[in-house]
Design a protein around this ligand. Sequence first.
Ligand code: HEM
Length: 528
Amino acid sequence: VRYGEEMVERGAGGELHQTAGDGRKSLTTQQGIVVSDDQNTLRAGERGPDLLEDFHFREKIFHFDHERIPERVVHARGFGAHGFFETYESLSDITRADLFQQSGQRTEAFVRFSTVAGSRGSFDLARDVRGFAVKLYTREGNWDLVGNNIPVFFIQDAIKFPDVIHAAKPEPDRGFPQAQTAHDNFWDFASLMPESTHMLMWIMSDRAIPRSFRFMEGFGVHTFRLVNAEGRSTFVKFHWKPKQGLQSVVWNEAVKINGADPDFHRRDLWDAINRGAYPEWELGLQLFDDDFADRFAFDVLDPTKIIPEEEVPLRRVGRLVLDRVVDNFFAETEQVAFCTQNIVPGIDFTNDPLLQGRNFSYLDTQLKRLGGPNFTQLRVNAPRCPVAHFQQDGHMAMANPTSRANYEPNSWPPDEGGPREDPMRGFTTYPSQESGPKRRLRAESFADHYSQARLFYMSQAPVERRHIADAFVFELSKCDRADIRTRMVAGLRNVDDDLARIVADGLGLAELPDPLPAARETVRDLTP
Ligand code: HEM
């Protein structure tokens, strides 16, 4: 019979069989065997039992049983899109990175935005940091700029990362709260880690509830290096500036949106791209040299500090455009693997202890999340430039070396000997001078935890300050332990007494606690 436009048959039990033909492909097994009946298992007799020999049933269920992979240990909920980066003008005087050599040069890009604390199925409008991870498929290999929408971080040393994330995620005994900073463990940790104060001011601000991904800034956070063809290094901080502008919602809106449409941010990006309203960001560079780094009031290796744009203005060097949604969410957005260690010739790391730790963490976690060492061969992760090496085998090896030799040095002729080192074009590490005794002691130059928190608070408009205070009151009021609430207020006294007082009043504290001892006097004259 015809059913609408389709060929349809009814089975003995009345079940619908939508059959091939009229341009519809035949359904097959993974082995390419055409399937004749996808509604009924093979069984003995009229009423069963099922027969083990039904290879189509077994294959279908087996594959379904294995559909899930672990979600990311952080940034589990995210949304990605394709696009390109376009360089405005040559930056060959400061970097040899291929993507920055010519004006108008375009580089393919994939971007994934995310929340940090919530699980894969959590809601979009959580009060949280947003990930802003960019993969640039340059002609000299993949460069991943794995950033956030906030320019600083909670901790100064990667060894504290498991602690800050454990404290932020649901509590281990009860498994809640989901995707919220409003709980004892988070504030207990935060109140005992004064270095998190600057970041806390940002995540209690409107920045942590963006209107959508399209209206957020992005930051590389750490200081990196750019290195030119002569080997000269310039320090750099990376910024993404949204051409759409910077917009947030207020907390009451966020709460309602989460209830009405927990997918609000991903739907917004999907819809915008599909209707041709391609979001754009400009890449801004803060460039500075060793002299500035030595003069600056804070350590440029400290990821809890910014360099104010008044001191080092941004140089806008290109634009990032997102113009294509993914074909498949899992294949692309879930399987994409960003990694801070993915840098290209012309870009290099610094000794920021958070960055150095991240360089270990991403590859390690992806090995598990993506099931082995060959995830770089997945389409979304594979470079778009030639790849030639002797790394081979392992689970799912789809691009093993094809040369006779799989080692080097070797004496095979070019067509059988495989690739060779290339000192002229290859990546070389910037030869910075390093020395000193091994130690675990934190640098004294990292010790002022409050001045920039205060600088941020004072830079906010009165209504934005009110939002920050309200957010502290709301979040801390969900904290059961009075001593934690008091300790947080004591820390806030080192930022601003008015703020501490409003929060104390909001929490019903009988009196203002003494300020927490500050490791180093705050530099009050930084207040604008
Ligand atoms: C994932 C940013 C610090 C470990 C991510 C993602 C972003 C990000 C954007 C999501 C990537 C994606 O969309 O797939 C940052 C920033 C940091 C920071 C800006 C500080 C400035 C750290 C530290 C560690 C770490 C210190 C560990 C030492 C991870 C891990 C993942 C992740 C394990 C999951 C990666 C995956 O499964 O693919 N981070 N992160 N991050 N980050 Fe970070």
